[in-house]
Design a protein around this ligand. Sequence first.
Ligand code: HEC
Ligand code: HEC
Ligand code: HEC
Ligand code: HEC
Length: 456
Amino acid sequence: MSGSSRRLLGLAGLGAALLLSGCWERPPVESVQRGFRGTGMVHVANPRLEAAKVAANEAPESSPRVAVEPGTPLARDVYKNVKVLGDLDVGNFTRLMAAMTQWVSPEQGCNYCHKEGNFEDESLYTKHVARRMLQMTQTVNSKWQTHVGATGVTCYTCHRGMPVPQRIWFKDAEGLEGGVFAGWRYGQNAPARTAGLSSLPKEPFSAYLLGNGEIRVGSSKALPSEHVASIQHTEWTYALMMHFADSLGVNCTFCHNAHNFATWDGSPPTRATAWHGIRMVRALNNEYLEPLGPTYPKAALGPAGDAPKAYCATCHKGLNKPLYGAAMARDYPELLAPIPVVQRAPAQTVVPVGTITKVFFVVGRSDLAGEAIETVDSTAKSLAANPAVKVAISGYADKTGNADKNLELAKNRAFAVRDALKKGGVGEERITMRKPEFVIGGAEADARRVEIIVVE
Ligand code: HEC
Ligand code: HEC
Ligand code: HEC
Ligand code: HEC
């Protein structure tokens, strides 16, 4: 063999080795130390590939918020079926609809969720899903700040301009089959991206991101008393960890000090964020995504008939912070938390001068009881809503028995009504106290009263 052909063989051998090794990446390669020296906690990145990631993960620009003038109508004043966004002003409601279209269905437009020309129609399943998605987004941003911080998410974080987000998961229909002879497969030896193309089970998600399975490979007890760390759980745990690393574009040392994967002592704070993330994803799958199953058409369901679900990659898409941490949710306060219900003052009613409200009392007593409390209460509310109205209060007494005592009683009853009105927010300057009067004739019960008379 000549020297040159030997060299050629050598080159071919090197080429084959590179091809077969599978994990070869064209340089340059850069590394950033993330832990103490000697711990091997290093993040390895290739700036050439990073550049492509940057382009694919740019957040779209937000349109400016619509200024709200006092008196601007709310969505619920104008529209019919607004169960989530009813308390948002119409200007920003329309702005959000436009943004949702850009985030979820830019090609299909408004009609992806709406029947042409009839926005209040509720017949499309996409509208029902979108309504639940609005609530889910509000929940992520308000209840899971332990994970998403102040950065938060919008529909775009998951959807990226597509009605069906990339990187979602379904239950593995074949994993649980297998029978006695085929053995226990659980999707093993069927390289899937979900498990980083390893021969690990490809669907650890039902156990850990839908169920509350213990993500553990070592038992916390000396003897295997409770069988938490079975081989099955060990394989699922590693498969899940491959998914974490793949979803975030990091290696294991991003969250672990690899000398001991179990201990939290040497783990970076990112592991705690991930811990909350696991709980958040479980909640989203259980409370929002899985229950949407019956809403979807059959074709949208997985091979086991279940609804599409989220995992880490659904938001992260290869980055440790989705969209490089762009805080676009801040531009849409209505997505940060459920919109507070706008309390309106009751409409002003005209209270004509001369209107009389009667408050009745028990024999011999001057305290308010039963219906009298309600009467004074509702009068106080009506006066609070009509601040220009002034009233006079006068007590009545009958002449039977000791007249002086009766007058004293009438006076005390009038004071009780005044005090109750004041307590209900009516200023003293709006109340005039009149002298008690004797009732001439009439029923006895009618005599034991105080009148509130509108005088202005
Ligand atoms: C991704 C789905 C989706 C897209 C796309 C979408 N909408 Fe909506 N739209 C909804 C949902 C969900 C509601 C109900 C909100 C609620 O319950 O508070 C709604 C409600 C409405 C209503 C109120 C109708 C009523 O009377 O009840 C109007 C108007 C509206 N959208 C206009 C638009 C316009 C205009 C566009 C396009 C620029 C658009 N929407 C795009 C999901 C969508
Ligand atoms: C945490 C990630 C996530 C966020 C945030 C999110 N979605 Fe979704 N969305 C999903 C998943 C997962 C599905 C199921 C995919 C499928 O339908 O196959 C989905 C499905 C949908 C669908 C049904 C698509 C179809 O054709 O089946 C609509 C419409 C939708 N989302 C609208 C929205 C809107 C509007 C928002 C923001 C208010 C939003 N989503 C926020 C994850 C998300
Ligand atoms: C994004 C952060 C993150 C990454 C990346 C990550 N892990 Fe984990 N890992 C965790 C968290 C959080 C737990 C604990 C889960 C719990 O307690 O619910 C965990 C648990 C484990 C456990 C179980 C420890 C025990 O108590 O038995 C092992 C083993 C493990 N990880 C190995 C790995 C390996 C190997 C990799 C790389 C392929 C990796 N992890 C990548 C966050 C991460
Ligand atoms: C609903 C979207 C969403 C899902 C799903 C999600 N994350 Fe996150 N995650 C975020 C956001 C947003 C941030 C950025 C928070 C910030 O800027 O403080 C983040 C941050 C993190 C960080 C911290 C990164 C850093 O550099 O500090 C880790 C670790 C992490 N996520 C792990 C996970 C893991 C593991 C899962 C799956 C179990 C997961 N995430 C699922 C949205 C999500």
